[in-house]
Write a protein of this length. Structure first.
Length: 193
């Protein structure tokens, strides 16, 4: 209206028109909010809730947790980390367990304790749990050697956990991230050790 009243012409360069058209097309075809949300969900942090009680008492059935999906982009998973991974026998399912040993190490469960490379694991999050000898990969008197590029995981509710004792190892590339926090229910929210 101002230009019409004052008989002024609008001067828009060709470069500005191209940027304007590109911007309109971007917002029309790509919702930036979902783009950012998808990026964060895929590469930074993701929330999960698991219907299983296999990690009780650390993570209770129905707890909502946050997983750091960037944790292992620059470093390797460590013994004691709680990880979320694709189930090796059905990669459409996600599981949650504590990492016990990595490729090249040996694992043995003796009298409820975990031994890695013939040494009792002293980390309290592992040592204070009684692990049962079950499955082909957790038999009494049997040392298991973890293949390179794979990890061995156990659930803390050992009597009710379907874990590496039964189905073996998790390929490194199946690990989605490291659990770092319970955010709901609020009375249980906080960092996870």
């Amino acid at each position: 209206r101002y230009n019409q009243m004052n008989n002024l012409t609008r001067n828009v360069s060709g470069r500005k028109r191209i940027l304007l058209i590109a911007g309109v097309l971007f917002f029309y075809f790509f919702n930036p909010q979902s783009f950012v949300s998808n990026y964060l969900h895929t590469n930074v942090v993701q929330s999960f809730s698991f219907p299983s009680g296999s990690m009780e008492p650390t993570i209770m059935k129905g707890d909502r947790i946050l997983v750091d999906k960037a944790a292992y982009k620059t470093s390797e998973p460590e013994r004691g980390d709680i990880i979320v991974f694709l189930y090796p026998q059905d990669s459409t399912r996600t599981f949650l367990k504590r990492l016990i040993a990595s490729g090249g190490e040996t694992v043995e469960i003796k009298n409820g304790d975990v031994y890695v490379n013939d040494e009792l694991v002293q980390r309290s999050s592992i040592k204070n749990i009684h692990y049962y000898n079950r499955g082909d990969y957790g038999q009494a008197g049997k040392k298991i050697t973890i293949p390179e590029g794979q990890v061995y995981v156990l659930g803390e509710n050992s009597a009710a956990s379907h874990d590496s004792r039964y189905w073996g190892f998790v390929p490194r590339e199946h690990i989605l991230g490291k659990v770092f926090k319970i955010y709901y229910p609020f009375d249980r929210s906080g960092p996870i050790q």
